[in-house]
Design a protein around this ligand. Structure first.
Ligand SMILES: [Ca+2]
Length: 359
């Protein structure tokens, strides 16, 4: 339609005709619209590094946090729920459902980590009482419901023990092919952080972790190989402290606590465990991955909770001949996970600081 013809039509109609054009122009200026953002469910045991991860997610336009489900781990289920509610309230995001989940791991007693996270799980920082209300649904049920409502669109980002995710899969296995992907913080293929073998999230519920790793969905394991390399040092703390705001100040205080704690153990910085999974959800190019088959050890004398990654991609085939086995070949094993084996640590930390500062 030529311009002079357009001008000839009534003003109201002109608006109707030009509105879609304006919308297109706006979309080209702001390419990450809410509808294009990656829908995630954040499963968490908050927890200091959970706080970092949650605020990174809430401050990143690439992600659309559809729900927060709470799992016991770093702190009890009740304390974790309270912490999650206070944090979404601080972020003025009462629109996001926050649901309680499991009360304890599947087959063992809970191990809480106030030693590392402070008495209240949030570096002993007292956030104001929450203005947000808990969602009445059970966390695993909420996961099931949201996955069915948005088939092939939901990315699960668990950053605690995998109890809730395992319960969801056990209750409704039909969600597995409907989940877009799972990007979890947990595991290690190079030794543990709770003992020689196991990483804390996996150690806190190995059976649940094995369910999640064997479920058959696209899964990325963001483990200690990433977090231990991405140390949040005083340099980044100084950058973060240059700006202020409720989230900025809270995260600065949490990280000051963590950096001081790390210094007591001789480390120049605090490993960025939970935020690493969120960062990978935002920008997968931050990490290098290797496809491999991962099993979770549930019985080992020294290795319960270890993520055992098959780096070579095969297992020997042993066949019984009389009183001995004979290796008759090597059978390929199918990968079930993309394991993050390296990270561009500075780019990740810069991204984190920028997002928390609201940039
Ligand atoms: Ca956590």
């Amino acid at each position: 339609m030529k311009i002079h013809r357009l001008l000839a039509v009534p003003r109201a109609l002109r608006l109707v005709l030009t509105a879609p054009l304006l919308l297109l122009m706006l979309l080209s200026v702001f390419p990450v619209s809410a509808s294009a953002a990656k829908k995630i469910i954040f499963d968490t045991d908050p927890g200091t590094d959970d706080a970092l991860a949650l605020m990174l997610a809430l401050n990143s336009a690439e992600l659309d946090v559809r729900a927060i489900t709470v799992v016991p781990g770093n702190v009890t289920a009740d304390m974790g729920l309270e912490n999650a509610l206070r944090m979404v309230s601080l972020a003025k995001r009462c629109d996001i459902p926050v649901a309680a989940g499991a009360r304890h791991p599947l087959f063992q007693k809970l191990i809480t980590a106030e030693f590392w996270h402070g008495k209240n799980g949030l570096a002993n920082i007292e956030l104001p009482a929450s203005k947000c209300k808990v969602d009445a649904r059970f966390g695993p049920d909420l996961i099931i419901q949201l996955v069915h409502e948005s088939p092939h669109e939901i990315t699960l980002v668990p950053v605690g023990p995998l109890t809730n995710i395992a319960l969801a899969v056990e209750k409704d296995p039909s969600i597995v092919p409907l989940v877009k992907e799972v990007i979890l913080m947990g595991g290690s293929i190079s030794g543990g952080n709770v003992n020689a073998a196991a990483e804390a999230n996996i150690y806190n519920d190995p059976e649940a972790a094995q369910v999640v790793f064997q479920a058959g969905w696209p899964l990325t394991m963001v483990g200690l190989e990433v977090g231990d390399k991405a140390l949040f040092t005083r340099h980044y703390l100084d950058e973060l402290a240059k700006t202020h705001g409720p989230i900025n100040d809270f995260i600065s205080a949490v990280l000051k606590y963590l950096v001081d704690l790390s210094a007591q153990f001789g480390s120049p910085g605090s490993p960025m465990y939970d935020p690493s999974a969120v960062a990978v959800a935002i920008d997968p190019t931050l990490v290098k991955t290797q496809a491999m088959h991962v099993d979770v050890e549930t019985r080992g004398e020294f290795t319960r909770g270890e993520t055992v990654g098959n780096r070579r991609g095969y297992i020997e085939r042993n066949v019984l001949h009389d009183d001995r086995y004979v290796i008759e070949g090597a059978d390929k094993v199918e990968p079930n996970a993309k394991v993050c084996v390296d990270v561009d640590a500075d780019r990740f930390l810069q991204l984190f600081v920028a997002r928390i500062r609201g940039k």
